[in-house]
Write a protein that binds this ligand. Structure first.
Ligand code: ARG
Length: 469
């Protein structure tokens, strides 16, 4: 027979003749994964008090007692005592722990808090509040990074720092550092827009009042509860809503995609800070050393950001997979979905914060970048373009310039005026600065075009930020 204490802690037990196997309860507990959700459960519980009161199911006095108890719980979340309380008990989750603490603080009113409520609608609602909060946080983080990249881009544009852009890591064409930084910013702006969409989706339908799966025969005021929690309206179908994790999965998807936006420039920074590249130097505050090799200085934050993206992608796949085999409504598998959503999101957000910090300690070596910008025949395309502008076909131009590159390579020299003469054009860019100035299309590294892109991106950053407020 389950003891009274265990039954109270577990929120069930009346119909059980034998006490639960402690190891199985421990296996089934999501408490540790839930701790981050505690403040959102408190808000959700307050809204449920509103739904009960609105339906005449609680007196104003009882509602007041419940709010006072929830005030205490909120304080205890802040100072860590709720975590200690929850860990000391036999709770299946944070929802059971908070319910138990409320019953301890306000025994009479506390016994009615769970009327018309199931952990199923409670978990679904709490997760949406979490998704909204973290999506806004993710948007601010990615906007902050995009803004920092554009600020550095403006400085680099003024300095006119050149860079050899690569494909396949092979020298491709000259660009500017400003162009590269503006490129990296675009991924973060898209990530921020994605987070913003998640935040707005997470404010549409409120699951609260869906109860276990079939709604309630109690007259819960769902509209008031939804409004209190900042949702547009109550969800439409209780059976769907208790098992729907779409928005929470979208949050993890947005987090994983943002982590990828950070991991790709991170990969470049790892290479750029090597002595072989020498394009950048990482300040001591963001680097680490070796326990054996005294000379080492490693760019660990960028390596960890790279790996965090991989981890988050794996978590997203796991989370989505855990929803794929279950039927409609709530199934316990969704507890695993939730754990992965929370862990993956927290880790991705931590990686974004780390990227922002590490980037602020990254210093570019403009001279080394510039010296390499025209190495590796990166102006070859400009020579071919000059021929095409003069009437040659793309095929002929490609072949003619290719022959000059082969010759120059054999002679161990760069392309020069002799090559320009040989291909029969009056003039063509032979260095990085001339190459980017010659670019005519919007979106190109022509400094005027880069200035346009930076300004447009900065406006978009502001407009996404305004939408979040
Ligand atoms: N710990 C569970 C979770 O996080 C709470 C929901 C339990 N619901 C149930 N019907 N057993 O998903």
């Amino acid at each position: 027979m389950a003891t009274t204490g265990e039954a109270a802690a577990l929120q069930w037990g009346g119909r059980f003749a034998v006490a639960p196997d402690a190891a199985l309860i421990a296996f089934g507990s999501s408490l540790e994964d839930d701790l981050v959700l505690a403040p959102f459960d408190v808000r959700c519980s307050r809204a449920h008090v509103t739904a009960l009161e609105g339906g005449g199911l609680l007196t104003g006095v009882a509602a007041g007692e419940l709010h006072a108890a929830l005030d205490v719980v909120a304080d205890e979340i802040g100072d860590g005592t709720l975590t200690a309380f929850a860990r000391a008990g036999t709770f299946e989750d944070i929802h059971g722990a908070i319910d138990a603490r409320v019953r301890e603080l306000a025994p009479e009113a506390g016994a009615s808090l769970h009327a018309g409520r199931s952990r199923n609608d409670q978990v679904a609602t709490t997760l949406l509040l979490y998704a909204r909060d973290r999506a806004v946080k993710g948007a601010h983080l990615t906007l902050g990074i995009a803004g920092a990249l554009e600020e550095r881009a403006l400085g680099a544009l003024e300095d006119g720092t050149l860079l050899a852009a690569t494909t396949h890591w092979q020298p491709a064409q000259p660009v500017s550092l400003a162009f590269w930084l503006d490129a990296a910013a675009q991924g973060f702006v898209r990530a921020a827009a994605r987070f913003a969409r998640v935040a707005s989706d997470a404010a549409r339908f409120c699951p609260l009042g869906s109860s276990a799966l079939a709604g309630s025969s109690l007259p819960l005021d769902r509209i008031a509860a939804a409004r209190e929690l900042g949702f547009a309206e109550p969800s439409r179908n209780a059976l769907d809503t208790v098992g729907d994790r779409d928005v929470a999965l979208d949050l993890l998807h947005a987090a994983a995609r943002a982590a990828v936006a950070a991991s790709r420039p991170s990969e470049e920074f790892v290479l750029w800070t090597t002595p072989a590249f020498g394009y950048a130097r990482l300040g001591d505050a963001a680097a680490t050393g070796s326990s054996l090799m005294p000379q080492k200085k490693n760019p660990d934050p960028f390596e960890l950001v790279r790996a965090a993206a991989a981890r988050t992608l794996g978590t997203y796949t796991g989370a989505l997979a855990s929803t794929s085999g279950i039927g409609l409504s709530y199934h316990r598998d969704l507890q695993e979905t939730k754990a992965q959503i929370v862990h993956g999101t927290e880790h991705a957000l931590a990686a974004l914060d780390a990227f922002a910090r590490a980037f602020s300690h990254l210093h570019f070596n403009a001279d080394t970048m510039e010296a390499r910008a025209a190495e590796g025949y990166t102006v070859a395309t400009d020579l071919a373009d000059a021929m095409i502008a003069g009437g040659a076909t793309a095929r002929d131009a490609h072949a003619a310039v290719g022959e000059r590159v082969l010759l120059a390579e054999r002679q161990g020299r760069a392309l020069d005026d002799g090559d320009i003469e040989a291909i029969g054009v009056a003039d063509a860019p032979l260095d990085g600065a001339a190459s980017i100035r010659a670019k005519r299309t919007s979106g190109s590294p022509n400094p005027d075009m880069v200035a346009v892109s930076i300004a447009a991106t900065q406006r978009e950053i502001d407009s996404i930020a305004k939408g979040l407020a």
